[in-house]
Each structure stands twice: as C-alpha cells, then as structure tokens.
Design a binder for this molecule. Structure first.
Ligand code: PLP
Length: 395
C-alpha cells in the first residue's frame, strides 16, 4: 500500500468546483492585484485568528520579512530565534543585515526554550542590541508564549510569531493570573502565516498573511507591502512587492471554513498513531518516542479547545532514523526530516555560528522523522505505516 507524506487530491475533490468558479470569476473580472477579494479573505482570517488586522502577503517568508521591516529591524540589531526551524526564519533576519542569536530548543516541544531566552538576557544581552524574538510554533504547536511575552515585555523587545505551521492552533496564555486560550499569531506584535500547499491551510500556489493588533504597526506594514508608497509614488520608506494574489485569496477563502475539521482529522490520526505505536512495544523499548501535546494539562484546566496541537507534522524520534527512512521509502511510505541540519550549522552561516553548540537542536535534527498525518488518511493507511515501522525494528 502506497502512503504518501501528503496527498492534496482528496481534499481538493469536494471543493474543486467552488474554487474553479471563484478563480474563474477573478480571471473574468480582470482585477488581478489586491482588491475586494483579498480584503474579504483578510477579514475572515482576522475573525478566525482573533486579531484586529490581517495583511495578505506573497508568502510566509515575506510575512516574516515585512514584519521585521515594519518593526524597523536592520543592521546592528540582533534577533533571537531557534536554530531548529525552516531557513526562512533565519533568512529574513540576515537579509535585513541584522544578526541572529540562536537559543536552543526544549526537547519535548521542539520549540525555543524560554528559560534559555531568559538566561541569554541575564548573561549576554548587554553586549547586543536585541530588538526582537521570533518564536516558531513548530509542527503545529505554539511555543511557550506566556513566558516569551513576559520576557519580551520585561526587556522591551518585539515578538514576531512564525506561525507558518500553526494557523488556528490555540495557546494557553496566563494574563493577570487568568489562563485563557489565544490563537497562534495573535499574541506577539505580529503573527506570520504561510499558505504554502503543505501547510494546514494551503493555497493553490504561494501566499502568506500577517496578523496584527496594533493599528499603527498594521498601517506601516500595509505601506511596506506596496513598496512603501503612501500615497502612491511617494516613498518615505522602502518596502517591497509583498501583495497576496486575489487568485490565492479566493481559493483560500473557500478552504478556510474547513480548517477546523481538517485540524480535527489530523488530531484523530495522531491519536490512532499514538495508540497503535503504544501497542507495538516500540515506545516502551525506547526505539521510538511519540510527539507530546504539551498543552494537554492546560486544556484540562481551561477546557473548550482541543486545537492546542494542529499536527502540521506528526514527528517521532526514532533509533536508526536514516535506515528507518530508507526502509519506509522502499515500502512506498512517505516521510521527511524537518530539519536535517540546524540553522547554525548551515554553510551560509559564518564560522563562529557553525562552531556554536546547540545540543538539543542537533539531537532533534539527528533523530526526528515526520510521518504522513494529512486529514484524509484512512485507518488502514495509518495501520500500515505502524506495521511497516514495527517490521523494520524486528528485522
Ligand atoms: C513554511 C514556513 C515558512 C515559509 O513560508 P513560505 O510561504 O514557504 O514562504 C516560514 N517558517 C516556517 C516555520 C515554515 O514552516
């Protein structure tokens, strides 16, 4: 049985006619840049993410770049982030001439470790002009935003949430001693989403969104989105062409209402995997480790939302990971390593970064494997994945 890592065909089937109708309408309108269609989708995202403003942009990468530009980050500034994320997070910092400061991850959630951020501020921040923190909500689960926002406030730095993998994920936030759920992207100064087709909400091409609560910052970023032109052809600041295409906006608007159901299906798949893997004995023997939904305890306290992990990826740690991956490949089961090389070890980084030691990120890069988790997987497919992995360790 073939089990691809991701198959978008099944998801498309019931929505195809509506998407084709909407896209055709855009084509026939000859209104191809920005306009009502983009604004309508932005309003839907604001409602879903519980933010005052949404700004449609070209991609998740440009959402990060335009956010940092809006916050005035540039040469001489430092930006704190995780070394265990997609390159886009780092690329935006470097392209603006700012310096990345890497803080290692928490090995359970794979997200940036807030205690290590605190340690950095106490020990080393004095020498650097830290302007912002970019926490990444990796695999569909938010970083510890209660602690991160408290530190940001204490040290007067901005927070740009890289929520590319976490649209719609809920995060428990403690404010004045009260625990409430907040949506990914709505807690920092800006939140950045990607509509790359493999994300939980994927377009029919590239796209992204910045969500913002502050009116002034939203206004700035909207100007940056159109080359800094305000009014048109008058440029007080430099921006870029960061506009979301209306063809993407209409396709995404059709898909957005289905997102809660897709999150639910991914969560159910994760439950099935967890149960089946427990039964194999692979967990007890330490051959594999299952992903941990770290906010389950908070969920028990606050109730109401199960979306504290939206499983953009289902990640196990596996012994003999690379051999397991080859075995799965031969069995026509898709898997992927997100990410095989932590960012401080990348060739594009200067030698002093390569020399850094980020033990948890390095360990994660050597051990993790993403298994198929997309909503339309059948129980037979999930069982087949687990059976094949069990076979590998029995050889
Ligand atoms: C996908 C992704 C991005 C970039 O999004 P694009 O739309 O592909 O530019 C940034 N950060 C993370 C963590 C991502 O997963």
């Amino acid at each position: 049985m073939r089990v691809p890592l991701l198959d978008l065909r099944e998801q498309l089937k019931p929505l195809r006619d509506e998407i084709v109708r909407e896209v055709t309408e855009v084509i026939d309108s000859t209104s191809y840049v920005m306009g009502d269609k983009v604004e309508a989708f932005e309003r839907d995202v604001s409602a879903y993410c519980q933010t005052r403003h949404s700004i449609g942009v070209t991609s998740g990468t440009d959402a990060l770049l335009a956010s940092l530009m809006g916050l005035g980050i540039g040469p001489g500034d430092s930006v704190l982030t995780t070394p265990y994320t997609f390159i886009a997070t780092l690329g935006c910092i470097l392209r603006l001439g700012a310096r990345p400061v890497f803080v290692d991850i928490d090995p359970v959630s794979f997200n940036i470790d807030p205690d290590k951020i605190e340690q950095f501020f106490e020990d080393e921040a004095g020498a650097q002009k830290v302007k912002a923190i970019i926490p990444v909500h990796l695999y569909g689960q938010c970083a510890d935003m209660t602690k991160i926002m408290a530190l940001a406030k204490r040290y007067g730095v901005a927070v740009v949430e890289d929520a590319a993998q976490a649209i719609g994920a809920s995060c428990p936030m403690e404010e004045n001693g009260v625990l409430t759920w907040k949506r990914a992207g709505s807690m920092g100064d800006t939140g950045c989403f990607s509509f790359f087709p493999s994300k939980n909400l994927g377009g029919i091409g590239d796209g992204g969104m910045i969500v913002v609560n502050d009116d002034e910052l939203a206004k700035k970023i909207k100007i940056i989105r159109v080359h800094g032109g305000e009014p048109k052809y008058h440029h007080a600041v430099i921006g870029g062409n960061f506009r979301l295409d209306p063809i993407q906006a209409v396709a995404l608007k059709v898909k957005l209402p289905h997102l809660p159901d897709w999150h639910k299906a991914r969560r159910e798949n994760a439950k099935v995997y967890n149960r089946l893997f427990e039964q194999t004995g692979l967990v007890a023997s330490g051959k594999i480790k299952l992903p941990v939904a770290v906010y389950a305890d908070a969920a028990a306290q606050i109730d109401t939302t199960p979306d504290y992990h939206i499983y953009n990826q289902y990640i196990i740690r596996a012994e003999e990971r690379d051999q397991l991956r080859d075995y799965l490949l031969k069995a026509e089961i898709g898997s992927e390593i997100y990410y095989p090389i932590p960012l401080h070890k990348q060739k594009c980084m200067e030698p002093q970064y390569n020399a850094l030691s980020m033990p948890e990120a390095e360990k994660a890069a050597a051990e993790t494997l993403a298994l198929p988790i997309y909503p339309e997987l059948t129980d037979e497919m999930l069982t087949h994945v687990v059976t094949t992995i069990t076979e590998f360790y029995r050889q």
